[in-house]
Design a protein around this ligand. Structure first.
Ligand SMILES: Nc1ncnc2c1ncn2[C@@H]1O[C@H](COP(=O)(O)OP(=O)(O)O)[C@@H](O)[C@H]1O
Ligand SMILES: [Mg+2]
Length: 471
């Protein structure tokens, strides 16, 4: 949506500023010089001052849409600023505003006591396309030109977009301030949040609004598992110099496997939050994610992000498919995945997390230092996890833990921790979460409904010993 505000200038204006600003030479620079002079010598000097100054006295900075600072600077430009001076009141305004609306469903969060699902809309105002002038501080004006170029990005088909800032040469040092302020602003905006990027066409785009960081404590893995992974990642992050000194690519890979609904994805998001990283996520089972696309995306991973490759087994299914009929659809192949992990396409520095629900479909070649350095099974809910989750949801009302004891006894009765060796059955942490959310603050309800944790369909015997290895 783009709106043109009604012209704020009246007949009393000393001259028609609108006309001047639509003149690219004026708006792009000479006008600025005039404004600087006007600020110093008074309004009558505007036109005369403009004529005295030359283009060489201006600094132009062009920022492409691909550059991370593009978004920061746009946001910074939309900040309210003091335009109280005579000139500032008349010349500075964002002449077109573009509104970006993000709506998202607020799903009940993690932990007890969260509200019902609803929708939240968030509006952000940014300078629209066209020319704008802002007053950075008294006497210092910046001309802004946001432009959608007619040429398009050959790989994505999207038009190029640029933002050009123009300042007087004498004010060039202000540029440093602009970028520093814009960066700090973006950082404040993201503080306490985790940005999740996903691949849209050929680019990484934030998936919705940055989400509130998920506390690591809200993901309950089996005893010690979380600590082991978090410890390893932190050790890796602290060891960059070691890798640099030895010329070893600074990369580490983790494979989390196990049935769905066990907290693999949630854990990776929480870990990113803990490290103050974002998540760059690709689902390999998605159609359209080809080897080329994957390689391309890896060359431009967002800064400070964890690469998350979900459903990596998809790459192996393709290989089988290709072996049999010589063709694989527009999806990732095994060699494409390996290339992404440690071939030429692999970025210099990165942490990758791979997930799969089907470890038996993977090829051992994947498990090699630099590709996957650590493999962890995230499995069905254990007694330990059930107890921990209980404490998170009912800890404050079940003070003497008698409710917890009865709940765990009930799960024992239902043989939900694989007690029956003939026909072992388990429940998932996702199912426990569902039960607890349904019975908010209702200890008795949760115990009464525990039977609902019995999996509805019985899966066939798990193949092979590997999948049952302890995490
Ligand atoms: N171990 C766990 N601790 C906390 N929440 C969990 C856990 N496992 C699953 N959940 C919840 O269940 C849902 C699905 O979890 P998810 O992380 O997507 O599982 P996976 O990626 O293993 O399939 C999420 O809402 C998550 O909060
Ligand atoms: Mg998942």
């Amino acid at each position: 949506m783009s709106t043109e505000p009604s012209a704020p200038l009246t007949a009393q204006s000393i001259f028609n500023l609108d006309g001047l600003f639509s003149n690219p030479v004026f708006a792009g620079g000479i006008g600025l010089a005039g404004l600087g002079a006007a600020a110093a010598f008074g309004r009558k000097a505007v036109i005369g001052g403009a004529g005295l100054l030359r283009r060489q006295m201006l600094v132009n900075v062009e920022i492409g849409k691909r550059d991370p600072s593009y978004g920061w600077v746009l946001q910074w430009l939309a900040q309210p600023r003091d335009n109280s001076g005579f000139l500032a009141r008349r010349v500075t305004r964002l002449r077109n505003l573009a509104v970006t609306t993000n709506t998202r469903a607020i799903t009940p969060g993690h932990g007890a006591g969260t509200g019902e699902a609803s929708t939240h809309a968030d509006f952000r105002v940014q300078p629209g396309y066209g020319r704008h002038i802002i007053r950075h501080r008294p006497g210092v004006y910046i001309a802004v030109h946001r432009e959608k170029a007619s040429s398009t990005n050959t790989s994505t088909g999207e038009p190029h977009e640029t933002l050009t800032l123009t300042l007087l040469w004498a004010h060039r040092e202000v540029l440093g301030e602009v970028f520093t302020e814009a960066h700090a602003l973006a950082h404040r905006f993201h503080e306490g949040k985790t940005v999740v990027y996903s691949a849209k066409r050929m680019e990484w785009v934030p998936l919705g609004k940055p989400r509130l960081k998920r506390p690591l404590g809200s993901v309950i893995l089996d005893e010690g598992v979380k600590e082991r992974i978090v410890g390893d990642v932190k050790e890796f992050l602290a060891a960059q110099q070691w890798y640099t000194d030895r010329g070893v690519p600074y990369r580490r890979g983790y494979l989390l496997y196990g049935p769905p609904g066990t907290g693999k994805t949630s854990f990776i998001q929480a870990l990113a939050g803990e490290l103050d990283y974002s998540v760059a996520m690709i689902n390999l089972s998605e159609v359209g994610i080809t080897d080329d696309l994957l390689a391309h995306l890896l060359t431009q991973l967002p800064e400070k992000s964890i690469l998350l490759l979900e459903d990596v087994d998809a790459a192996f299914a393709n290989r089988r498919q290709r072996d049999s009929d010589g063709y694989s659809g527009p999806t990732v192949t095994f060699s494409g995945l390996l290339n992404a992990l440690d071939g030429l396409a692999a970025g210099e520095d990165r942490i990758a997390f791979l997930t799969t629900n089907h470890i038996d479909r993977l090829d051992p070649a994947l498990i090699r230092p630099g590709r996957v350095d650590m493999m962890v099974r995230i499995g069905e809910a254990t007694r330990f996890q059930a107890a921990e989750m209980w404490d998170r949801y009912y800890g404050d009302i079940d003070k003497d833990k008698s409710g917890r004891a009865r709940f765990l006894n009930r799960l024992d009765e239902l043989e939900l921790f694989g007690q029956n060796k003939e026909a072992p059955r388990y429940t998932s942490t996702a199912a426990i979460q569902g039960l607890f959310q349904f019975n908010k603050d209702d200890v008795e309800g949760a115990i009464k409904m525990a039977e609902g944790l019995i999996p509805r369909t019985f899966e066939p015997e798990l193949p092979g010993g590997s999948i049952k290895s302890p995490a």
